[in-house]
Write a protein that binds this ligand. Structure first.
Ligand code: GNR
Ligand code: NI
Length: 173
């Protein structure tokens, strides 16, 4: 297991569409495990491979609280096969946009088809925070950040803050 550096916006690697995996083999399983460790260490509830510089359609999630049993979920090539018409507004954050938050509208629940860590096809219905999280992570696989789903005014405020806070610090690769 290894912790991987998380890329912070603005960075061109966060804007690229990630490529599907052929199959979930030992290498992808290792990536999933490293991402899970990285996510837990950063106190995140989700992490997509592009955030650690790997442009593959892989994500991990765990929305369990610290005082609950962990519920780690690993997905490759996720697809939304159904989304509710009903939408919900929720505040989102992102490990690639540290300390920035905004309200985003998304379908309230979604059904996702994916390959699990054993390369088995699975489906999972996500509601509440898990629905928000899986859609947020799948956006990363398209090169989309939550700020791309809010007004240009709010987006530019957030991106300006991040550029400022980065000034004078070395760029992490
Ligand atoms: O840790 C995270 N919390 C979070 C809160 C609300 C909506 C989405 C998220 S995902 C985020 C981790 C992250 O950046 N995943 O890509
Ligand atoms: Ni994110």
């Amino acid at each position: 297991m290894a912790r991987l550096p998380i890329i912070v916006a603005p960075d061109p690697r966060l804007k690229v569409k990630a490529k599907p995996v052929d199959k979930v083999d030992a290498e992808i399983r290792q990536l999933m495990d490293d991402m899970m460790e990285t996510m837990h260490a950063a106190n995140g509830i989700g992490l997509a491979a592009p955030q650690v510089g790997v442009l593959k359609r892989v994500l991990v999630m765990d929305i369990a609280h610290e005082d609950e049993e962990p519920n780690p979920i690993r997905m490759a090539n996720p697809e939304i096969v159904w989304a509710s018409d009903e939408e919900e507004l929720r505040e989102e954050g992102c490990l690639s946009l540290p300390d920035q938050f905004a309200e985003v509208v998304r379908p309230k629940s979604v059904r996702v088809r994916y390959l699990d860590h054993e390369n088995e096809v699975r489906e999972m219905e996500c509601i509440g925070l898990q629905a928000v999280c899986v859609q947020h992570e799948m956006d990363h696989l398209e090169g989309t950040l939550f700020v791309d789903r809010i007004s240009a005014l709010k987006r530019n405020m957030i991106l300006r803050k991040l550029t400022k806070s980065r000034r004078g610090k070395p760029v992490t690769v």
